[in-house]
Design a protein around this ligand. Structure first.
Ligand SMILES: Cc1cc2nc3c(=O)[nH]c(=O)nc-3n(C[C@H](O)[C@H](O)[C@H](O)COP(=O)(O)OP(=O)(O)OC[C@H]3O[C@@H](n4cnc5c(N)ncnc54)[C@H](O)[C@@H]3O)c2cc1C
Length: 377
């Protein structure tokens, strides 16, 4: 029989994260959405509570959580505020390629310090002309002298870019896309201002210009030309987590819409008594359960070393669409109030949209699924 229940340890983690989200995040969500400030006070508490850098292996000082545990954590934090949760979780995207393909020396130099002191890292792959199509990256890495590479190019929309102490950077060499770890204090890196985004406004997104930023060859991740495959393997780890985070947004939308529809009256009846409203809630609830199962399955396959490319894409696209739909329906159920920033569902709708875009758009996830079907997988 398929086991659908969490273990005692997983449940404990879920409750711990839920308590943290309710006590430390929820009440500050609107304030950080308005200010767009990086939520450093909450990050300090999340770090102290052991809720950051979750998948850094134990041998490098981290908690070594499984992908499924990270998914459970992501949903709980995001259900309180996906902007603050993204600030808590964004390190993971930069760390994942090192966990997958980094050397022991790189893990000791770049992952271990992140478990000792609150610090940040960023995954710098996207460029103005290379988002979905990563093969179009123009950033170049040129061998300049023995054991040194100079990086030149522009990276765009980099989460944590303004606060990171190192970047995972994809750059072209003669042998193709190649991955490097670039310390943020390297000469020749110019950070742009924080972007003003539609949602998740306290997450730090900037552009990064590399002008002859010189790095040591010992910072190359994997071999020259391995960069594209490292990035794709990274997504098999991170997409189930993004899917789980989207489930958190959808769950929050359902909870707010359900509570509102139980109290708001129209034509002398509570909104929930109308089938037109209660069916929306029923669909939201069903889709949330389905999205969570897809996310947990994709995470679990990854934990068991089974190829989850298709499962991760399915989880990501379904959960992203579920979050967007749930948030939109929540606004609809709130009526005019839903459209104003007096009510949290307006923020949810803005926050939800990004799940259909980053870490591979919904169209790209569908292309991946179709590609896998064509290969008979
Ligand atoms: C807030 C935010 C944070 C981000 N954080 C990071 C980060 O930390 N690191 C990082 O490297 N990047 C990051 N990104 C970049 C993000 O991953 C890209 O925006 C995303 O991959 C899409 O790329 P693009 O914007 O260039 O869109 P494009 O690739 O130009 O796509 C535009 C549209 O065309 C569609 N499209 C493209 N190709 C196809 C196709 N073959 N078939 C059908 N439709 C297609 C897309 O789905 C989309 O709808 C972030 C972006 C945002 C907005």
């Amino acid at each position: 029989m398929i086991e659908f229940s969490l273990t005692a340890e997983q449940t404990e983690l879920q409750l711990k994260a839920r308590k943290f989200a309710e006590e430390e995040i929820a009440s500050k969500a609107a304030e950080y959405d308005r200010s767009g400030d990086f939520p450093i006070d909450i990050l300090k508490k999340a770090f102290a509570a052991g809720l950051m850098n979750s998948h850094i292996p134990k041998e490098y000082g981290g908690p070594g959580r499984t992908t499924l545990e990270c998914a459970i954590l992501a949903e709980e934090l995001t259900a309180a505020c996906s902007g603050i949760a993204t600030a808590i979780e964004a390190n993971s995207l930069a760390q994942a390629p090192l966990i997958i393909a980094g050397s022991d020396d790189q893990k000791n130099r770049f992952l271990k310090p992140m478990t000792e002191k609150l610090s940040f890292a960023a995954y710098a792959v996207t460029e103005p002309d290379a988002g979905s199509d990563v093969s179009r990256v123009k950033t170049e890495a040129r061998r300049v002298r023995d054991g040194k590479w100079a990086i030149n190019g522009l990276k765009w929309w980099i989460t944590n870019g303004g606060v990171a102490s190192w970047y995972f950077v994809l750059a072209k060499t003669e042998k193709g896309p190649t991955a490097f770890i670039v310390p943020a204090d390297t000469a020749g890196i110019i950070k742009g201002p924080k972007e003003i985004n539609m949602g998740q406004r306290c997450s730090n997104t900037v552009r990064l210009q590399f002008e002859d930023a010189v790095v040591d060859e010992k910072n190359m991740v994997g071999n020259e030309g391995d960069g594209f495959s490292i990035c794709m393997k990274t997504f098999n780890l991170t997409r189930p987590l993004v899917a789980a985070a989207a489930v958190g947004v959808a769950r929050c939308a359902l909870s707010l819409a359900l509570a509102y529809s139980k109290t708001r009256k129209a034509f002398d009846r509570k909104l929930i008594s109308y089938q037109g409203i209660s069916f929306k809630l029923a669909d939201m609830s069903t889709e949330i359960e389905a999205a969570r199962l897809l996310a947990w399955r994709a995470a679990s396959l990854h934990d068991n070393g089974i190829d989850n490319t298709k499962a991760a894409a399915m989880a990501k696209v379904f959960a992203a669409d579920t979050a967007m739909k749930a948030a939109t329906e929540a606004v609809q159920i709130f009526g005019g109030y839903g459209y104003t920033n007096e009510m949290p569902v307006e923020k949810l709708m803005r926050d939800a949209k990004i799940y259909q875009i980053y870490e591979g758009t919904c169209e790209i996830q569908r292309s991946i699924i179709a590609g896998q079907l064509l290969r008979g997988r």
